[in-house]
Design a protein around this ligand. Structure first.
Ligand code: DI6
Ligand code: FE
Length: 412
């Protein structure tokens, strides 16, 4: 006996071994036992009447099911917000100018350091709920607004706590090398020492970080500094990721490829050499249309080059107060298509299968296949392209994580 059997559902499995677009299986059934997918296929292939096969049978009336969406790049734990900087930018001041004048990331650092764990948790919760409300069951959350060991650890603890309480799979990433804090203005090397010798070891010992990230950019850290961070991560057996080629081509992606990075993220300025390097290392290219849009960037990431090289592309919200105050994964699917030229199928692959790979979770989530977690989003749509099509309309009708029904506010 299965625990649960979903019947009369169209599955967008996103499984690359299924021949149809979206890995679609129409008029299907999907069985769940112990929180995992135990069987799926056409209803007509079921060996018996549904009631004979499962303790609970749920009829879906021809709705579509996809893997729970995966937002593989967020900074959703932070203090305050930067609406005032948004106003400045609308007056013509650039993101880089604001950062160089001590605003930008550093202004969020001040607010985050001043906030208690409880305050950070309460501030992050509605953002997490908003993602869940549009079908997200797995989210990555970075630190990077603490920039001292105590505050970075505080952020990671809040991220872990969100994962425990809110029925969301949370993956945490230590981003100590996000920006140089003002107190280290004249001693960059000492700050990298702090990241490598204190933050990474502490986060690793306490099991608070699943990966290590850095911001390799002219307003942040050099490739040399980034490499030191990657070396320290390797010592503690933590996989790496990188914010790379967002505002200029710093060669960060080539470096990340040498360290077998799980992903390189942003990539508007990625070069041919960078594409070749990440294609060879199997690194996922994470594109962040929210940041491109919000910073009014004009340089497009090299989508065709990534396609030609066979690089897996993921899409994420980059939810953060400075460059992407975005909590809508569905809007990101739309923008991946309208701004970056992905197909709706590529966009959805980017928030399911490829996003799982960007988090090193491809054996657990990201596609509807036997053995993976029953993380499933249900949608009142007649074709999966609708997920990239609507702007501001949310067709989510149900959400399961590990086979348990969770109630996003949209469906309550
Ligand atoms: N790139 C980004 O777009 C975010 N971080 C990064 O390295 C922006 C973070 C912020 O402005 O607060
Ligand atoms: Fe980011």
């Amino acid at each position: 006996m299965w625990d649960t059997l979903l019947v009369n559902v169209n599955l967008a499995t996103m499984d690359a071994t299924q021949p149809a677009p979206y890995g679609a299986v129409r008029d299907a059934a999907l069985a769940i036992t112990d929180g995992r997918i135990d069987w799926l296929g056409p209803v007509s292939d079921l060996p018996d009447a549904p009631e004979e096969l499962a303790r609970e049978v749920i009829e879906f009336g021809g709705q579509w099911a996809t893997p729970g969406l995966i937002d593989c790049h967020t900074h959703l734990v932070f203090g305050g917000n930067r609406a005032a900087e948004f106003e400045q930018r609308l007056q013509g001041v650039s993101y880089e100018e604001i950062a160089r004048a001590g605003g930008g990331i550093i202004s969020t650092v001040k607010a985050t350091r001043a906030a208690s764990k409880e305050q950070l948790y309460e501030a992050a919760l509605p953002r997490l709920r908003a993602l869940q409300n549009e079908g997200v069951t797995t989210v990555e959350i970075k630190s990077g607004y603490g920039l001292d060991t105590t505050s970075e650890i505080k952020m990671l603890e809040v991220a872990r706590a969100l994962g425990r309480v809110e029925d969301m799979r949370v993956i945490t990433t230590l981003l100590g090398a996000h920006a140089l804090p003002p107190e280290y203005r004249d001693s960059r090397e000492k700050y990298i020492d702090l990241v490598c010798k204190e933050m990474i070891p502490t986060a690793a010992e306490q099991g608070l970080a699943d990966a290590v990230d850095a911001f390799c950019e002219n307003i942040a850290f050099t490739t040399g500094e980034t490499e030191r961070v990657f070396e320290a991560a390797a010592v503690h057996h933590l996989p790496v990721k990188l914010h790379a080629e967002q505002l200029s081509d710093s060669g960060g992606s080539e470096l990340a490829a040498r360290y077998n990075a799980l992903s390189v993220d942003h990539l508007e300025y990625l070069s041919e050499e960078g594409i070749r390097a990440i294609a060879d290392s199997g690194t996922v290219a994470v594109l962040l249309p929210g940041a491109f849009y919000f910073l009014k960037e004009t340089k497009l990431p090299p989508v065709q080059g990534l396609r030609d090289a066979g690089v897996p592309v993921a899409i994420a919200s980059d939810c953060n107060p400075g460059s992407s105050p975005v909590t809508s994964p569905l809007l990101m699917l739309n923008m991946a298509c309208t701004l970056f030229g992905l197909t709706p199928e590529e966009a959805l692959t980017g928030m399911t299968r490829n996003a799982a790979r960007a988090l090193g979770l491809d054996d657990k989530v990201g596609t509807l296949v036997k053995g993976k977690a029953a993380d499933i989003a249900l949608w009142d749509i007649s074709h999966p392209a609708e997920l990239s099509y609507w702007v501001g309309h949310n067709p989510l009708t149900g959400l399961l994580k590990d086979g348990h029904e969770i109630t996003p506010c949209n469906t309550a």
